[in-house]
Design a protein around this ligand. Structure first.
Ligand SMILES: Cc1cc2nc3c(=O)[nH]c(=O)nc-3n(C[C@H](O)[C@H](O)[C@H](O)COP(=O)(O)O)c2cc1C
Length: 371
């Protein structure tokens, strides 16, 4: 590491919320909330990262109040009995001087039959019942009424987040889950107003963001996560050109998104030929909104497999000079850190103090002790 790290430790204000620095804990599912209720261990887990200079924590995906929103009984819910438990998480993070937003989630058709999840007898909800473009449908297409029910569930969750004292909300619109299933033309085969062209495929997310805005007001920060890649297909693309990306993001920005969390597996990869800008770089340029990058920050190895298999991989600590160079150039505003922050809760503090030699690699063993 030769560069100064100051750019990472400049405050940033997002829709009235001042973050002490640019480091954000990326949302990471932990399967540690039996019956969907986060316990004291979950609060302690986030508190440790907050106490060690992480500027903003985005929680693991937490599911909205809809019967088929979740794919595991161990994924935390964001309704009912789980809400008082979340209040404790918020309080602990705030006591430690941190900021925190829940990642609100509906998995759509990504409910794997091998998992235990609530309401397994009910069909999954999705645009056309397809999990992958090359496989037969596994559920009926969502009706308009069901789509509106999900929007209402996100609105209730956003309302609860504000009531509980969260600093904003993050919405999972990426990785092949529900909203992304609507964006993705290969599995959204609808011929009503929620399918077809880009405007149709974006309508569900746009209506949901607008409805949330009406509920929580204009001054509550809202971050939307998007990605080209899908858990179903790492090579999938929503936008082949900057124009296509701009069309999608402009609709969402107009609905009330404050910042785009642009999920890549390797932050240094250019999004389109002819420019070194990454996805977050393009999102910022095309919308004028703040953006956040993510993907193998501080790690010498990218995520190559999904789910549990990704947990088992070892990744050595990597230099972040190139990241800082991009941040200094204002390509993006925030930097989300995932696995490096699982492996080392003190990642941000050690970087701030330039104790690079003390950073821990990401290993299966580190995970077992730190989860
Ligand atoms: C164990 C694990 C769980 C994850 N769960 C989520 C999730 O709930 N929501 C989400 O948007 N991304 C999730 N991700 C993706 C991360 O937020 C992040 O984008 C990804 O790990 C790349 O960042 P990294 O290379 O710094 O780990 C998960 C990743 C891992 C490793």
């Amino acid at each position: 590491m030769s560069r100064p790290v100051d750019a990472l430790f400049r405050p940033f204000t997002l829709n009235g919320l001042t973050l002490p620095n640019r480091i954000v804990m990326a949302p990471m599912t932990r399967w540690q909330s039996p019956e969907g209720v986060p316990g004291a261990d979950v609060a302690a887990y986030y508190r440790r990262r907050a106490a060690n200079d992480c500027g903003l924590i985005i929680t693991e995906g937490t599911t909205v109040d809809h019967p088929v929103a979740s794919y595991s009984v161990r994924v935390p819910q964001f309704h009912g009995e789980a809400l008082p438990a979340w209040r404790r998480v918020v309080e602990e993070v705030h006591e430690a001087g941190g900021r925190i937003m829940p990642q609100l989630w509906h998995v759509g058709v990504s409910r794997h039959p091998s998992q235990q999840y609530p309401n397994k007898h009910l069909p999954s909800l999705s645009p056309s019942g397809l999990f992958r473009p090359d496989k037969p449908a596994v559920a009926p297409p969502a009706s308009r009424e069901e789509i509106r029910n999900v929007t209402d569930a996100f609105v209730s969750a956003a309302h609860a987040a504000r009531e509980l004292g969260f600093d904003g909300i993050a919405i999972h619109g990426a990785h092949g889950y529900l909203f992304d299933q609507f964006f993705w033309s290969s599995i959204n085969r609808r011929d009503d107003e929620y399918g077809g062209d880009l405007i149709g495929r974006t309508r569900f997310a746009v209506e949901t963001v607008r409805a949330i805005r009406r509920e929580v007001g204009s001054d509550f920060p809202l971050i939307l996560r998007i990605s080209q890649w899908k858990e179903q297909d790492y090579t999938a693309r929503l936008a082949h050109t900057p124009e296509e990306l701009g069309a999608l993001l402009t609709l969402l920005a107009g609905a009330g998104v404050d910042a785009f969390d642009c999920s890549q597996r390797r932050y240094w990869e250019p999004e389109f030929a002819g420019s070194s800008l990454n996805l977050a770089g393009w999102a910022k340029r095309l919308t004028g909104k703040p953006s956040m990058t993510v993907g193998s920050v501080g790690l010498a190895k990218a995520l190559v497999t999904r789910g549990d298999q990704a947990l088992g991989e070892r990744a050595e600590v990597a230099n972040i000079d190139a990241l800082i160079e991009r941040l200094e150039a204002d390509e993006f505003d925030l930097v989300a850190v995932g696995r490096a922050l699982i492996a080392d809760p003190e990642w941000a503090r050690k970087v701030r103090e330039r104790r690079f030699d003390e950073l821990r690699p990401y290993t299966a063993a580190a995970l077992e002790t730190l989860f």
